[in-house]
Design a protein around this ligand. Structure first.
Ligand code: AMP
Length: 416
């Protein structure tokens, strides 16, 4: 089967450049399935969990459709249950729209409406909102709704659980009836099905198959580590094991991939190469071929570059960071076990990454066995800046789960 790429979706150049800039190399499953259908103007029910890439799956066709700034009235409305999610979606949209002049605004409660209203008055193309704040401002006559042509209900199941349905129903009544409706939900219980039947006529139902349970012969191990430096120390320990013959190591960012690569080289821990989206296509192909032929001991890759590479006969998969596209985890550990009966998948997580571990465990429907760090691995002190960043990240996660959570850190002042 031909690999699908973002260029197959007829997205405009601005969006493709932004996608490349974000390091996305290939569409995820939900993106492959939804982007063409949404672009064709159909109503969609998408059943996909966080971590599947579902946000970009609906944002990209919307950005393509709305295209450039025009008039003052929003043309797309995205509703999400919590402030955190609303901010996150708006940030994601702003990143994807970075090469366009589109105006994206997040509106949510908990702060005074003044700035939000002023921004609305200046003109907005895509509005992301919590249902409560949307209705509040609408009733004050501050939200022009006549031009709304696309509506997204994101995390519809949580929206229902949190009791937002009465407000959402009112919103359906006040916005134009002739519009494209997109409903995304992590789960599809009967109540969501009823809701979908109520406001979507002949929707296309797109479901991302929950990834299969990992192959049982793969030994999964989870290590909780305090910081980056300790991860490096542990990596050195792992690579001191001669059984570790062919290792695929994944990091979340290009910088981390480069740093890990340099570390392995400096310490002479075996032949190693690194691949990520800043490396040319040839260099990447060569690295993969060398790895396949057994010339390399370690191939370091970012999460995104890893997708689609079929590297069998791997002795160890090391997740230096916990993947945020959760399906990647399952693909990776599946890869290990296939060749070696004793394949090992080792995941390193800091306190700030445990959140993603729990989500992965929910998807694979098992818990990843937690192991104690060997005594000979030196525990490094956490630098102040790293400590702060982790605390902020944990705050963000808690707020995402519980909109009433009052974090210890204030939101940074941004565009939204
Ligand atoms: P979501 O499921 O929408 O919450 O997305 C989860 C994470 O995956 C986010 O950090 C996205 O930036 C990232 N992501 C979305 N699509 C892709 C893609 N095609 N390639 C790599 N990462 C992606």
């Amino acid at each position: 089967m031909k690999e699908v790429s973002f260029t197959d979706f007829k997205l405009n150049r601005q969006l493709l450049t932004a996608i490349a800039g974000m390091g996305y190399e290939q569409p995820t499953e939900i993106q492959r399935k939804s982007i063409p259908v949404i672009s064709a103007g159909q109503h969609v029910i998408g059943i996909a969990q966080t971590g599947t890439g579902k946000t970009a799956a609906y944002l990209l066709p919307i950005l393509m459709n709305v295209k450039f700034a025009a008039g003052k009235d929003p043309r797309a409305l995205i509703l999400a249950p919590t402030k955190e999610l609303v901010v996150q979606i708006a940030e994601h949209a702003a990143q994807l729209a970075v090469h366009t002049d589109l105006r994206i605004l997040a509106i949510y409660g908990g702060i005074g409406p003044k700035t939000q209203v002023e921004t609305l008055q200046r003109g907005v193309d895509i509005l992301v909102a919590t249902p409560g704040r949307f209705m509040e401002l609408y009733l004050k006559g501050e939200v022009p709704v006549k031009q709304i042509k696309i509506l997204v209900l994101d995390e519809a199941d949580r929206m229902m659980d949190m009791g937002f349905m009465p407000q959402v129903r009112k919103i359906f009544e006040v916005i134009p009836h002739k519009r494209q409706n997109l409903l995304f939900s992590a789960t599809f219980p009967e109540k969501v099905e009823c809701l979908a039947a109520e406001f979507l006529t002949f929707p296309v139902r797109i479901e991302v198959t929950p990834p299969a349970t990992p192959a049982s012969q793969v030994a999964q191990e989870l290590y909780l580590l305090p910081n980056l430096k300790t991860k490096i120390n542990f990596l050195e320990y792992l690579l001191s094991d001669p059984e570790c013959t062919r290792v695929m190591l994944f990091t979340r960012t290009k910088e981390a991939a480069d740093n890990v690569y340099k570390f392995i080289e400096r310490k002479n821990l075996g032949p190693v190469r690194v691949i990520h989206s800043n490396k040319g296509q040839n260099s990447r192909i060569n690295a993969v071929n060398e790895f396949k032929s057994g010339k390399l001991r370690v191939l370091v890759s970012t999460d995104v570059t890893s997708r689609g590479i079929d590297v069998t006969r791997v002795s160890h998969v090391i997740n230096f960071d916990v993947p945020v596209v959760y399906e990647d985890y399952v693909h990776r550990i599946g890869r290990t076990g296939r060749a070696f009966q004793t394949g090992k998948a080792i995941t390193m997580a800091t306190e700030a990454e445990v959140y993603h571990v729990r989500k992965i465990e929910a998807i694979i429907r098992e818990s990843i066995p937690k192991k104690k760090l060997p005594a000979s691995v030196e525990l490094a002190e956490t630098p102040k800046e790293e400590k702060l960043e982790m605390a902020r990240e944990i705050d963000r996660q808690k707020k995402k789960e519980d909109p009433l959570f009052k974090g210890a850190f204030h939101e940074r002042k941004g565009k939204f």
